[in-house]
Design a protein around this ligand. Structure first.
Ligand code: WT7
Length: 687
């Protein structure tokens, strides 16, 4: 199938171009091992047919999926009317949807006359038959630190926290900022906010002062919840110090609630700072949940755009809960006894929807891990899987690649036999990493769901359902119920059938964001002004002849080389398919003749040394896989890439370094390891 991409014409050209001098070397280097690896892994197994045992275990089969999907599109109102009942409503809804998508006016409302409470949907409704079931397994950074919280205990803890917040005067509609690492109180306080109708705005514990104050001021939040310090990978994260610094620029913050995690000394501001343990000491462990309208806000979560300051993505209560719980059940094929683990941080939308709201609404046992995959060593995640008999495991391609880079031995030490289903999210997964995940982590028996979605979408929009849809490594496959993707070409015309273009969604779904907090015009401009009547995702996508979707990356990551579109993801995937490469990031740089050239950052596997020969081999390798157009111009070997703490490669920085504009790098404070940047600058390749 790789062969298919390299058309006969291109092949011929490659032959012509590879001069005699280079040829023998290439032959020598692309060893038989590599060749057969690529052939076996990628060519033969590009389609993973749904296995009989997957079908048996699944909630839906192919026929059911197709019928339900076409129903969901044709009779959209009826479909969501029925599905909305999966949630417990205080006052049942009569209205289903009230949506207007246009270039100038956007209004999105679901179940607008119904009332409910999100926290009671995650807790109270399970007390009748699941009160002693474990709701959250908290796994500390230190393997000896662990805690199981039953639904009953969660009810009591959340109610106490809610009463504590009330005692400070926090009420329905108030914005409460939460800046924590992955400790149980993060789950407890977010659910406590939901219980009293306060809107939580969670800031990932990896952000620093400037990002914190910006987010606090943007949503005019008067309260912040943090801890003395956080612990991750054996290191201390000075949360309170960061908050103190941020609050210098937030004159409106009245109270800072501090949870004790390490007990180390911290600075204290009398009158403003309050210990969490004092706040909940004498309060009742019962707190009546606030009756919320379906369209009352549940949370704000900031996401960065291609321009401007981060946008406060606003999600509301009813539709979000319906969508998070439904996607969690169907896509992860969730069954009542499953132990479910999503490795994301709750500071991202993945953690909101698929550690907390979705799984808890479904009465699941959900794992919250405080640490990182390589602490105390690279076996950590697989040990957790064995210890807690995890059945469903959901992580990110970047994590998979970094673990894969260390070799198989850390994985093979463990059994992982409890695993039934694997998932990925966050970026396109290259087939090489997909296959490794499938074979090594999943012991070649677990299907993988590659789930495509966004902070803005609230839940997964495109993903396999494992009993119904054959898998193709690298493709998020097919849309979820009620989701109608459309692909728009360069001229703004919708492509029917196979083709490539910009990915839009043509009708609303209940989990969709409702507005950019405080700036509805920005919401319209960012997502609806491009294509009339459609939500524009900012991603490019291909639809193949089988109707499968392949996300090609952000549209702003496309590089035009000699007038041709090249997706960075495609080139990066080619690099990573080489046996010596762990990771790569490709950016464009101004090129006199081609318009843009390809500047490729490449991280090698542990134990591999960069040298001139390997550089030449890699150029030929990529050229051979995609075509001459994709021949890398520059290869810059680098031991690391600049990543945010959520694992996203910051291409903005890579583009600046490639263009020799490293005096204009902008804000690098959100990087997981800012020192990577200096070493990249120092070792920049001259163009
Ligand atoms: C962007 C959204 C949704 C939770 C995590 C990220 C990219 C996400 C996939 C996937 C290809 C993906 C898209 C999207 N993305 N999942 N399975 N395959 N690309 O949330 O930070 O809002 O980022 O992540 O480019 O637009 P986010």
């Amino acid at each position: 199938k790789v062969k298919k991409n390299v058309s006969r014409k291109v092949k011929f050209k490659v032959k012509k171009k590879v001069s005699r001098k280079v040829k023998p070397k290439v032959k020598k280097k692309v060893s038989r091992k590599v060749k057969s690896k690529v052939k076996n892994d990628i060519e033969k197994e590009l389609i993973f047919k749904t296995r009989p045992e997957w079908i048996k275990a699944a909630l839906v089969n192919k026929t059911k999926y197709q019928k339900k999907y076409s129903d969901s599109i044709k009779n959209n109102n009826e479909f969501w009317k029925k599905e909305g009942k999966r949630i417990t409503w205080i006052k049942p809804y009569k209205k289903i949807k009230n949506v207007k998508y246009s270039k100038t006016d956007v209004k999105i409302k679901w179940y607008e006359d119904g009332t409910l409470n999100a926290s009671s949907n995650c807790i109270d409704r399970h007390l009748k038959d699941k009160k002693d079931k474990t709701a959250i397994i908290w796994v500390g950074d230190n393997p000896n630190d662990t805690r199981k919280i039953s639904y009953k205990q969660l009810h009591s803890e959340v109610s106490k926290a809610a009463n504590g917040l009330k005692k400070l005067g926090i009420k329905k509609g108030d914005r409460v900022t939460i800046y924590l690492t992955m400790i149980p109180e993060l789950a407890i306080t977010m659910l406590a906010c939901a219980r009293i109708g306060a809107i939580h705005s969670i800031i990932f514990g990896g952000f620093l002062a400037e990002s914190i104050s910006g987010r606090i001021n943007d949503c005019e939040s008067e309260y912040i919840i943090t801890s003395d310090e956080g612990v991750r990978g054996g290191k201390i994260i000075p949360l309170k110090i960061n908050v103190d610094e941020a609050l210098i620029n937030c004159p409106n913050v009245k109270k800072c609630i501090v949870i004790k995690r390490t007990g180390n000394y911290i600075n204290w501001v009398d009158g403003r700072d309050v210990w969490y343990e004092d706040l909940i000491k004498d309060v009742s462990n019962k707190c009546e949940p606030e009756e919320m309208n379906a369209e009352d806000p549940l949370f704000i979560l900031y996401t960065s755009g291609s321009t401007g300051k981060p946008k406060g993505v606003l999600h509301t209560t009813g539709g979000y809960m319906v969508y998070a719980s439904m996607t969690h059940q169907y896509i992860f094929n969730y069954k009542p006894r499953d132990v479910y683990w999503c490795t994301a941080d709750i500071g991202w939308v993945t953690g909101h929807s698929y550690i907390i709201y979705g799984p808890l609404a479904n009465g699941a046992t959900t794992i919250m891990h405080e640490g990182v995959p390589n602490y105390p060593d690279w076996s950590r995640w697989w040990q957790i899987i064995d210890k807690y008999k995890v059945n469903i495991f959901y992580t990110a391609p970047t994590a998979i690649r970094s673990i894969m880079r260390e070799g198989d031995k850390y994985v093979k030490k463990t059994s992982r036999k409890s695993l039934k289903l694997l998932g990925t999210v966050g970026e396109p997964i290259n087939p090489e990493a997909w296959l490794w995940y499938y074979k090594t982590v999943g012991n070649s028996k677990c299907p993988i769901v590659d789930t495509w979605w966004q902070t803005e979408t609230g839940g997964i929009l495109i993903s396999p359902q494992t009993g119904a849809i054959n898998l193709k490594p690298g493709s998020a496959t097919k849309p979820f119920y009620g989701i109608k993707p459309s692909i728009i070409d360069k001229n703004g015309k919708e492509i029917k059938g196979a083709g490539e273009g910009r990915l839009c969604i043509s009708q609303s779904w209940p989990g969709q964001m409702r507005t950019v907090y405080g700036d509805h015009q920005r919401f319209i401009d960012t997502y609806f002004s491009q294509f009339d009547g459609k939500y524009f995702t900012g991603d490019g996508a291909k639809r193949d002849k089988d109707g499968y979707y392949w996300i090609t990356g952000r549209v702003d990551d496309v590089i035009i080389v000699s007038g041709h579109n090249l997706g960075t993801a495609e080139i990066e995937s080619a690099f990573v398919a080489h046996e010596k490469v762990a990771e790569s990031a490709v950016v464009g740089y101004p090129h006199d003749i081609k318009g843009n050239g390809l500047y490729c950052y490449v991280t090698l596997n542990v134990g591999e040394e960069p040298n001139g020969e390997l550089e030449r081999d890699l150029k030929l390798w990529v050229r051979k896989q995609i075509g001459p157009l994709a021949t890398p111009d520059i290869i810059h070997f680098s031991p690391g890439l600049p990543k945010t703490r959520s694992g996203k490669i910051m291409r903005r920085i890579l583009r600046k370094i490639a263009a020799n504009e490293h005096d204009q790098l902008g804000d690098t404070s959100t990087l997981a390891d800012p020192s990577v940047v200096q070493s990249l600058v120092d070792n920049r390749k001259n163009i």
